[in-house]
Design a protein around this ligand. Structure first.
Ligand code: PEP
Length: 276
């Protein structure tokens, strides 16, 4: 299966100048023009790992423009629930605006959105629907808190969060194939995000098996959904996660803000999936 390594830049970098520095460092490694696609580069793109970055909405258009026709996709970090196009929704950016800015994907349901903006399933169903209406792919994040992990409630928490996808499918069963093409699930234990703490590869693998099984139960086309792990992935631990056949890539926060560590993670997944 295709490996994915996706950088979630959150509210970083601080300036467009810093954004440009990061983008140019990535492009220097992956090849910064179409002609380079045929040449050897520091990052072996033939390794089959698809790169993506999710800049803040203020930087999305500039980053997407620079990455046009390059081997790095762009994603928004969120979209409006209220309208897929335009409307009186101060502070929101719609799926149409995100697509028009050049992004082909959006992150949805990140735990920081769930925590700081009280995002619930009803809202996320609306966002999922708006993304699909505008042909945006969705990286749908799920994950349990430390307390839920300690109480061994991980799987039931994930089941409840994945219900948003089931609700969407119940409404639009005829779109299952299209939804499957537009969906990546990211398993991100809240307690592992930005903390340096990680679950064992065995724990993540068992959880991914459960997610894949659950999605396949919703609709057969979803059996092929890529499931990524996120939470304190770095250049040192990427190889161990990449070695698991059910970990299809990584959603990376902190380590995506440095080209070297982001590319090392991509390289680890690319190598593992090529040899696996
Ligand atoms: C994230 O916020 O999606 C994330 C995985 O962050 P970090 O890699 O910094 O833990």
């Amino acid at each position: 299966m295709q490996a994915w390594v996706i950088g979630n830049w959150k509210q970083n970098p601080a300036t467009i100048s810093d954004v440009n520095t990061l983008i140019e460092a990535l492009l220097a490694a992956v090849g910064d023009d179409k002609a380079d696609n045929d040449k050897d580069s520091a990052f072996d793109r033939s390794n089959g790992c698809q790169l993506m970055v999710a800049p803040s909405c203020i930087h999305l258009a500039a980053v997407s423009e620079r990455l046009k026709d390059m081997p790095i996709l762009t994603a928004a970090q969120d979209i409006s629930a209220h309208s897929d196009s335009i409307g009186a929704y101060t502070g929101d950016c719609s799926a149409q605006q995100v697509a028009d800015a050049g992004a082909s994907w959006t992150v949805l349901g990140h735990s920081e959105r769930r925590q700081y903006h009280q995002e619930c399933n009803d809202l996320l169903v609306q966002k999922l629907s708006n993304a699909l209406t505008q042909d945006l792919g969705v990286i749908f994040c799920v994950g349990e808190t430390q307390a839920q992990y300690d109480e061994q409630q991980t799987l039931e928490v994930l089941d409840a969060q994945l219900e948003a996808i089931k609700t969407l499918l119940d409404d639009q069963a005829h779109l299952a194939t299209s939804i499957a093409k537009h969906l990546i699930v990211a398993y991100e234990p809240v307690w592992a995000i930005g903390t340096g703490k990680v679950p064992t590869v065995e724990e993540v693998s068992a959880t991914h098996q459960h997610i894949k099984h659950t999605l396949a139960g919703y609709a057969e086309p979803l059996s092929q959904t890529a499931v990524l792990y996120g939470g304190s992935v770095n250049a040192d631990n990427a190889d161990s996660f990449a070695a698991s056949p059910v970990i299809d890539g990584a959603l990376v926060g902190g380590a995506s803000l440095k080209a070297d560590s982001f590319l090392a993670i991509a390289d680890a997944f690319g190598r593992a999936k090529k040899s696996g």
